[in-house]
Design a protein around this ligand. Structure first.
Ligand code: GDP
Length: 344
């Protein structure tokens, strides 16, 4: 993708801004490629672009959707997406797949997984950035949310799989977090990470069709009782459990109604905008953490020193404290190292 981008005719910052604002898909895609680039001059341009577009961002309802591979995410998002574009919405689908760089290609958010939405002129599907770490992928995705909002998409769906911290990460960049579950009884409940229930705003038991319906209803009852003993994300909203079938297009209208109801209830509790403010502040801190890390590991000379001193620490010739202080000083980050034993 980068190679094609490089072969394309250069486009000015002004044209990129105009193109994104006009919803020009080709220029939107180029803007996203730009923000995904790790080259310093691209980063500088990307930051200017995001700063210019800032006033035009924030207009979308941001929806996170997660679930294990095979739960039916792409089928459900494809169907929900075309239902929503039929109602006049403009839907962008992004993905956060921290494994994509390792598996050599992004699976999530692939257009071919969402055949109808991929053809829909009112939809825009973008696979996961392949920049490696979850933190890196998350930052690029947050920026892409801003770009698609500036391009006029009023619904952004961010899809992820339950790998490592990716669910928490996505829940921290969306307004509402929907967890898709498979029908099935207690055994499923045992297997799922309790953590995901703690961050879910809505639980949807998917594939609630045909022979699965009874099992899905039983699963819903189990999840309701599991949720009843958890503290909800916000006191105003008790996460509901609903049945859907992406394949049969059943229950998706009700799911959408719940997503909108969540927005209404949270707005009334003054919590909708507050969640975004918290997320923006959290993003700032993440960027600073990333910047600090990049100041060390992103520069060959500093990294070389770090590697050398790491060897000395391993061999017991240097203390971690003095080695860390030397690396930070060399990186231009002369900080007072915390005394041994303290954290943060
Ligand atoms: P993903 O990996 O979560 O994106 O799951 P997919 O959408 O690719 O679906 C995985 C498999 O489950 C496919 O064979 C689908 O046809 C099937 N599937 C998806 N949604 C449903 C559903 O609502 N009901 C049933 N019975 N099967 C489904």
């Amino acid at each position: 993708m980068t190679m094609t981008a490089e072969r394309q005719k250069p486009v000015s910052d002004e044209d990129l801004v105009r193109g994104v604002r006009a919803g020009d898909r080709a220029l939107l895609a180029r803007a996203i490629t730009l923000i995904e680039s790790t080259r310093a001059e691209h980063r500088a341009r990307a930051e200017r672009l995001l700063e210019t577009l800032l006033p035009a961002t924030g207009g979308a309802h941001r929806i996170g959707i997660t679930g294990v591979p095979g739960v039916g995410k792409s089928t459900a998002i494809d169907q929900l997406g075309v239902n929503l574009t039929a109602q006049g919405h403009k839907v962008a689908v992004l993905a956060v797949d921290p494994t994509s760089s390792r598996s050599g290609g992004s699976i999530l958010g692939d257009k071919t997984r969402m055949a109808r939405l991929g053809q829909d002129p009112a939809a825009f599907i973008r696979p996961s950035p392949t920049s490696g770490t979850l933190g890196g992928v998350a930052q690029r995705t947050r920026e892409t949310i801003a770009l698609v909002e500036a391009a006029g998409f009023d619904i952004v769906i961010v899809e992820t799989v339950g790998v490592g911290q990716s669910e928490t990460t996505v829940s921290e960049m969306v307004d509402v977090f929907v967890v898709l579950m498979l029908p099935g009884a207690g055994d499923e409940l045992q297997g799922i990470k309790k953590g995901v229930l703690e961050i879910a705003d809505i639980i949807a038991i998917n594939k609630a069709d045909g022979d699965n319906r009874d099992r899905a209803s039983r699963a819903a009852a189990e999840y309701r009782s599991a949720l009843s003993i958890l503290t909800p994300v916000h006191p105003a909203w008790k996460p509901p459990v609903t049945l859907v079938s992406g394949l049969a297009n059943q229950g998706l209208d009700e799911l959408w109604r719940l997503i909108c109801e969540h927005r209404r209830v949270m707005s009334e509790a003054d919590a909708f905008a507050a969640r975004r403010r918290e997320q923006a502040a959290g993003w700032l801190h993440d960027l600073i953490d990333d910047g600090l890390r990049a100041a060390v590991t992103g520069r060959p000379a500093v990294r070389a020193l770090l590697e050398r001193l790491e060897g000395a620490v391993r061999a017991g010739r240097r203390t971690p404290q003095s080695a860390a202080a030397e690396v930070l000083a060399f990186a231009g980050l002369a900080v007072n190292m915390p005394a041994t034993g303290t954290t943060s």
